[in-house]
Ligand binder design. Structure first.
Ligand SMILES: [Zn+2]
Length: 193
């Protein structure tokens, strides 16, 4: 694991260290920990593009959710926010966290809507059924991110796994999701979709 070999600490310790740099920083001033941050952000999934021509890092208010601050990469061609969280908690956890955030809607549908017919093959459901999205879930999530131009940061949440760090963003996602229909389906039909 690179956080051990390169930084000599656990994942959580490294994240705390990076957060510490952010917490004590003044807004909109070049950070003196530049070399350290540069090494860290080399592991960002979009590092090649985000760090190309980077002059310094600084802490700014985030563009969409102004109550929170984050790292920005300041380049000769402009500045862009760069998520410190995603470096250690990569995007592969994102769909799982996004599902967790709307699980109450799935549960509610399961109770409210009788399980009668498969929304995919339109045949009756005799045995097991699954609650599934009329659109593909991954498409919904992508559409959400594009519509609101957001990058989703995750945080660990007890035994439940990961959740959206920004709770306003979680509510926005939940509202967005609620506007898209659910359906019952055969487990096999759902898997073949
Ligand atoms: Zn079916």
């Amino acid at each position: 694991m690179w956080w051990r070999t390169e930084f000599g600490m656990t994942k959580d310790a490294l994240y705390r260290k990076i957060r510490g740099i952010a917490d004590k920083a003044m807004l909109c001033r070049p950070l003196v920990e530049h070399d350290y941050l540069l090494r860290y952000f080399q592991h960002h999934p979009d590092a090649a593009r985000k760090l190309n021509g980077v002059r310094h890092f600084e802490i700014r208010l985030n563009s969409h959710y102004k109550e929170s601050t984050g790292f920005w990469a300041v380049r000769s061609d402009g500045a862009e926010d760069i998520s410190a969280k995603i470096v250690l908690y990569p995007r592969s956890d994102e769909p799982k966290a996004a599902r967790q955030e709307i699980q109450n809607q799935i549960d509610e549908f399961r109770v409210r809507v009788p399980k009668e017919r498969c929304g995919i093959c339109m045949e009756d459901i005799e045995g097991a059924g699954e609650v599934d999205h009329v659109s593909q879930f991954s498409d919904l999530l992508r559409e959400f991110k594009e519509t609101y131009e957001v990058e989703i940061e995750l945080e660990e949440q007890g035994s439940f796994g990961m959740r959206f760090k920004n709770r306003d963003l979680a509510r926005l996602w939940s509202d967005f999701h609620a506007r898209h229909p659910l359906q019952w389906s055969h487990p096999d039909c759902n898997r073949r979709k």
